[in-house]
Design a protein around this ligand. Sequence first.
Ligand code: EAX
Length: 323
Amino acid sequence: MKLSKLMLGLSLAVGLMTTATAQIVMRNAISVAQNSHAGEAVDTLAREVEKRTNGRIVIKNFYSGSLGGEREVMEAVQLGTQELGHNSTGPVPNFVPETAILDVPFLFRDKAHARAVLDGPIGQELLAKFESKGFKALAWTENGVRHMTNNKRSVNGPDDLKGLKMRTMENPVHVAAYKGLGIVTTPMAFPEVFTALQTGTIDGQENPLSVIMAANFDQVQKHITLTGHVYSPSVFLMNKAVFDKLSKADQQIFLDAAKEGAKANRARVDKDDAGGVAELRKRGMTVVENVDKAKFIATMGPVNAEFEKRFGKANLDRIRNYK
Ligand code: EAX
C-alpha cells in the first residue's frame, strides 16, 4: 500500500512536470465503487472541469478506496500529495471541528431540509472553515440518510440495538450517539468494513442505501432497518494551495463543476432511495421499513443533552428551524 502510494505520487509529480504547459493532471478519490452516488459526484466534476477548460485540466478518479480510507485521503489532500478528495463527514470533524454539528443524529427532518441548510448560509459558513486547515471545500454533496444493518436480528426498536457490535465511522459524534443507543461501537475505516462483516468481527454497520448497495453489504448482512438516524453529508475537497494557484476563471470552473457534481450526486441518492428497499429485498435482506423514531430519540436523551451543551442549543435550533 505504502509503496504503491509512493509510486502514484511520483508518477503524478512526473506527470505534472512533463505536461505542465499543455495539461494539468489532478487526482481525486472515493471510498466506494464508481457505480454509485459518490462516483456520480467525482465523474461529473472531472467531466465538467475537462470540458470547461477544453482539456487543459484533467482529473483522474480513483474508486473503492484504492488510495486509502477517507481519513488517509483527507490527509493527502491537506498535505498536497493529492489535489482532490471527496468524502463523507466521517473523518471531517477531526480536521475541521466546526462541521461536527452536522453529524448530530435526527437533526434534519429529511434530505430536502439538509440540502437547504448545506446550500444556504450555514453550509457556506462551514465550507469556509476548511480554509485555515489547508483545504478549499468546493461544495457539499451527500452520502444520504443512514440506516442500520446487522447479522444478528431484526431491529424494530432501540432495545434491539443493545449489545450489537457495530462498525462506526471514525467520527466522534457518531461514536457518542451510538454508544448512547447501547451499541458496542467499533470505529473503522470504510475499506475494512466488508471483510469485518464477513468474518464476524462486527455484527453490523450503518450507512445510506446508496452505500449499502454500492458496497454489496447485502452479501454479508441479513437485516436492515430504515432507522434514518442521521443525515450523512459529503464534500468535495481540494488542496488549498493548488486551488489558490489557479486563475480566477479556473477557480470558478471548479466551483461550478462541483455544483454540477452535487446535483448529479443528489439525483443518484434519490434514485437509490426510491429503489433501494426493493433491490435489497431482491438481494435477500430482511427489511424493517417503519420504526418509531421518537423512541430512538428518547433513548438517546442523555447524549442529546451532551450535544446541546457541546454545540449550543441556539446553533442546533438554527439548523433545526432553517427554512
Ligand atoms: O463515504 O465510511 C462510511 O461509512 C461512509 O459512509 C462511506 O465511506 C461513504
